[in-house]
Design a protein around this ligand. Structure first.
Ligand SMILES: Cc1cc2nc3c(=O)[nH]c(=O)nc-3n(C[C@H](O)[C@H](O)[C@H](O)COP(=O)(O)OP(=O)(O)OC[C@H]3O[C@@H](n4cnc5c(N)ncnc54)[C@H](O)[C@@H]3O)c2cc1C
Length: 414
C-alpha cells in the first residue's frame, strides 16, 4: 500500500482544485438562491458541466470507463482526494457528472448491461443528458434486509408487469430523472438471494406515479430529490432486465460498494470544511473576555476532529486501494468499516461545529445542519450501521485457543 498520491493523481487534484476555486465556489450563493425556490438544477449547471468536461474533469468516479466512454479514467485511490474537494459543497459533484445516485447506477450498467442496454441507458448518463434513480426500499417491509423486498415483477409474454411501492428513492423526484433501476421479486420460490431481479423502468411508463417528494430531517436533497413512487401494472419489455433473472442482489451489490465509498470520500471533504468553519468562527467571537478559540474545550474539539478525520481518510484510502486491487468482493470488509466509521465521524464533527457556531449553526446560513443530517442519513442509508457491524463481526476470526489454555494469559494455579 502506498498512499502517496501518484503524480497523475496530484495533477488531476490540482486541476480540479483550480476549477473548483475559479468556477464552482463563486457560484455557490447563486446555487443556494436557486435551490431555495426551485426543484431543478440551476440554469448555469449545463454551462458549468460543459466547462468541466472541456477541462477533462468528467466522470471522475468511474475507474472502468471503456475506450469509447467519455471521462477521466482514475482509479478509486486517485479519485479519493478529488471527491474530497467536491464534498465541500453538496452540489459540486454534479458539475463533474460525479453525483449520486447516477454514478453507482452507471457502474451497475457498466458491469451488468448488454451492449444494447449500455447504448440506451448508460451513454446518456455518461453524457449528463439524463438522470436516474435506484429503487429498492419499500415502506411496507424492513428494507435493510433486501431479501424482504416485495415489489412483484411478473413475466407476461415479452414483458414484465410490475406492482409495488417504493420510497426514499434518491433522484426519483428530479424533473430530469428519466428512468429507475427497480428491484423486485421475479421468482418467489427461488433461493432467497435469487428471488430478485433488477429492471430499467422509464419514469414515463404508464402506471409509474411519483406520489410525493420526501425530505430527510427537514432537508431537501436538491441535487437528487427523494421520491416515493407507486408501480401499478407497469409493463416493461423483458429486454430491460439488468443481468439475468435472479441477479437482483448481484446488481445491487456491484453499485453499493462504490456508492458507499464515494459518500465517505465526499464526507471527509465536508469534515475538512467543518473544521475550517470552526477555526474561523471561534477566532472571531469572544465571550467572557476571550475569543472562543482560546478555550481549551474548543481547541480540544477541533484537535479531536482532526484526529478522527485523519484516521477516516486513511481508512478510506485503504478501502479505495482494496477496491482497485481486488474489486468489490475483495473490499467488502473495508467498505463496511468505512461505512460505519465515516458517518459517525461526520455526525460528531458536525455536532461540534454546531456547538461552536451557537444558534447560527442550526440556521440555513451555514451547511452545518445539513452536514449533521447527512451524517445521520449515512448511518441508515445504503445499509444501517447495525447491518455493517454484523458483517464486520462475522469476519472477526475466533482465536485458535480457549481462555483456559491461552498462551497470552497466566497459568491457573494447580
Ligand atoms: C435520505 C435517504 C435516501 C435514501 N435513498 C435510497 C435510494 O436511493 N434507494 C433506495 O432503495 N433506498 C434509499 N434509502 C433507503 C435506505 O437504504 C433504507 O432506509 C435502509 O436500507 C434501511 O431500511 P428501512 O428504512 O426499511 O429500515 P429497516 O429495515 O426497517 O431497519 C430499521 C432499523 O432496524 C435495525 N436493524 C436492521 N437490521 C439489523 C440487524 N441485522 N441487527 C441489528 N439491528 C438491525 C437498524 O437499526 C435499522 O436502522 C434512502 C434513505 C434515506 C433516509
Amino acid at each position: 500500500m502506498d498512499f502517496n498520491p501518484s503524480s497523475r493523481s496530484e495533477q488531476w487534484r490540482s486541476k480540479l482544485q483550480a476549477f473548483f476555486d475559479a468556477e464552482v465556489l463563486p457560484r455557490h450563493r447563486a446555487w443556494l438562491a436557486h435551490a431555495a425556490a426551485n426543484q431543478d438544477s440551476p440554469p448555469f449547471m449545463a454551462e458549468l458541466q460543459k466547462k468541466a468536461r472541456a477541462a477533462g474533469l468528467w466522470n471522475l468516479g468511474l475507474p472502468e470507463l471503456a475506450e469509447d466512454e467519455p471521462g477521466t479514467k482514475l482509479t478509486n485511490l486517485e479519485y479519493a482526494p478529488l471527491a474530497e474537494i467536491m464534498g465541500r459543497l453538496f452540489w459540486a459533484p454534479e458539475a463533474f457528472n460525479c453525483q449520486a445516485p447516477d454514478v453507482p447506477n452507471m457502474i451497475a450498467l457498466q458491469n451488468c448491461a448488454t451492449p444494447e442496454q449500455k447504448k440506451r441507458w448508460l451513454y446518456p448518463l455518461l453524457e449528463a443528458k439524463t438522470r436516474s434513480a435506484f429503487g429498492m426500499t419499500e415502506p411496507d417491509v424492513a428494507s435493510s434486509d433486501a431479501t424482504n423486498i416485495a415489489t412483484r415483477m411478473v413475466r407476461d409474454g415479452s414483458d414484465y408487469v410490475i406492482n409495488g411501492r417504493k420510497w426514499f428513492i434518491t433522484g426519483a423526484a428530479h424533473p430530469r430523472c428519466s428512468f429507475l433501476i427497480v428491484m423486485g421479486v421475479t421468482d418467489a420460490d427461488a433461493d432467497r438471494t435469487r428471488r430478485h431481479s433488477c429492471i430499467m423502468v422509464p419514469m414515463d411508463s404508464p402506471g409509474v406515479r411519483l406520489v410525493r417528494r420526501l425530505s430527510w430531517m427537514g432537508c431537501q436533497d436538491h441535487v437528487a430529490p427523494i421520491g416515493e413512487l407507486t408501480f401499478e401494472n407497469v409493463r416493461v419489455p423483458a429486454e430491460n432486465l439488468l443481468g439475468a433473472e435472479g441477479d437482483g442482489f448481484k446488481v445491487a451489490q456491484v453499485r453499493l460498494g462504490p456508492a458507499r465509498i464515494h459518500h465517505c470520500m465526499r464526507s471527509i471533504g465536508l469534515c475538512e470544511l467543518l473544521i475550517e468553519l470552526m477555526m474561523a468562527r471561534a477566532a472571531e467571537r469572544s465571550t467572557f473576555g476571550r475569543t472562543i478559540i482560546q478555550y481549551d474545550t474548543v481547541q480540544r474539539w477541533i484537535a479531536e476532529a482532526r484526529v478522527e478525520l485523519e484516521q477516516a481518510r486513511l481508512l478510506a484510502y485503504r478501502c479505495a486501494w482494496a477496491l482497485d486491487q481486488s474489486g468489490h468482493h475483495g473490499a467488502w470488509r473495508d467498505v463496511s468499516l468505512i461505512k460505519v466509521a465515516v458517518p459517525a465521524m461526520l455526525q460528531k464533527i458536525a455536532d461540534r461545529a454546531m456547538q461552536v457556531f451557537g444558534a447560527m449553526g442550526g440556521s440555513e446560513d451555514t451547511p452545518i445542519h445539513q452536514a449533521l443530517a447527512w451524517g445521520r442519513l449515512l448511518r441508515i442509508g445504503d445499509g444501517p450501521d447495525e447491518v455493517h457491524l454484523r458483517q464486520i463481526f462475522r469476519m472477526e476470526p475466533m482465536p485458535p485457543w480457549s481462555i483456559a489454555d491461552s498462551p497470552y494469559l497466566a497459568a491457573r494455579p494447580a
